[in-house]
Ligand binder design. Structure first.
Ligand code: DGT
Ligand code: MG
Length: 343
């Protein structure tokens, strides 16, 4: 009976948005390995392969216990041949030779360091590597022209690499919240991203801002940014705008700010402004996790979701939803709270 139990295959729903996935991960060794291969694929502009590894890792994260035997994986969704080979290697040998050689490769190490600079993507990093630049010192010595975001990213590299704690995120919410209140007293601000899913650290702090009156959010982003930038108010001597890398659109921006929380430190901050009519969709999308929501929703409904605000659109008309619960209900899905969306 015991033997039979140990090879009973696991079973999970096919889509990440149907799985309850807490922060508890019984298969961290396997998911770390697959995540590293995903990262390497993404840094090499092979997004398809990256997504495949991310989905495989998401399935393993949702399992109720550690995988000990390949036969337990029979019939699980999203586990392709490549991911299965990596898992098998680790179960049999303790490590995966592919993961180890990727980790040690000069190219991967250089891509990781260079794309770790705020404002540097994989294309720029790749160009620099082809020009012989593999680390920060070589970049500094190269005389490459850096834009403002990249200059700040290089200058504050060590701070940005440091995870942001929940306490820091909450302190920053207080600071940004005061800035929002002073440019638009009735506007509301919510901490989203990993912290809303219960994580205790993050690589950045994500905020979603809205206004209870439709239309009153227009122009809020530039006002907020110049207010933060000016930092003239006596309430706000503890923040300094370093730069923004405006790679999203007028409603969503990525920044580095210097905050004073016990000491000055640079923190990445994503600010997103959404009209109240789209707030629930923006909240769902910006809460994440990345693999958890958009794609399965697309596939399940045959409809699509705006990449920026995750508005749910059907035949050109927006579907109304005033809460995350309503969105799940619209899609015929059982509601899953944020702390169980850690796919
Ligand atoms: P972290 O910051 O490392 O703790 O992890 P998360 O889960 O907070 O991830 P993050 O900050 O990259 O993004 C949070 C969610 O926001 C993510 O699930 C998807 C969404 N998101 C992030 N960046 C973008 C973007 O550029 N466009 C859109 N549409 N969504 C984004
Ligand atoms: Mg985040």
């Amino acid at each position: 009976h015991f033997h039979k139990c140990s090879v009973t295959p696991f079973s999970v729903p096919g889509y990440a948005c149907q799985r309850r996935c807490t922060l508890e991960n019984h298969n961290a060794v396997l998911t770390d390995a697959l995540s590293l291969l995903a990262e390497n694929a993404e840094l090499s502009d092979e997004d398809g392969r990256g997504v495949a590894f991310r989905r495989a890792a998401a399935v393993l994260k949702a399992l109720p216990s550690a995988v000990t035997n390949m036969s337990q994986l029979t019939g699980l969704p999203c586990l392709g041949g490549h991911s299965l080979r990596v898992i098998k290697d680790i179960l049999e040998n303790g490590t995966s030779s592919e993961v180890e050689s990727t980790k040690e490769s000069e190219r991967f190490k250089a891509l990781k360091v260079l794309t770790g600079i705020f404002g540097v993507g994989s294309k720029t990093a790749d160009r620099w590597i082809r020009e012989g630049i593999h680390n920060l010192q070589q970049l500094r010595d190269s005389g490459q022209t850096l834009n403002r975001a990249q200059q700040a990213g290089l200058e504050h590299y060590d701070d940005i690499k440091q995870p942001v704690s929940l306490a820091e995120a909450e302190a920053i919410r207080g600071i940004v919240g005061r800035a929002v209140a002073s440019v638009s007293p009735e506007a509301q601000i919510v901490l989203t991203g990993g912290f809303r899913r219960g994580k205790l650290t993050g690589h950045d702090v994500d905020f979603l801002i809205t206004h209870p009156e439709e239309g009153s959010e227009v122009g809020l982003m530039p006002k907020l940014v110049s207010w933060l930038e000016s930092r003239v108010s006596c309430h706000l001597q503890n923040v300094l705008l370093i730069c923004d890398s405006s790679n999203l659109d007028k409603n969503a921006k990525k920044f580095i700010y210097l905050f004073f929380i016990l000491r000055w430190r640079a923190v990445r901050v994503d600010l997103v402004v959404s009209p109240i009519s789209q707030f629930a969709f923006a909240l769902l999308g910006w809460t994440g996790s990345k693999v958890g929501i958009p794609r399965p929703v697309r596939q399940q409904t045959g409809e699509w979701i705006n990449d920026l605000c995750f508005c749910h659109e059907r035949k050109g008309r927006y579907i109304r939803a005033s809460s995350e619960e309503e969105i799940f209900a619209h899609l015929g899905l059982e509601f899953i709270p944020p702390n169980e969306r850690n796919a």
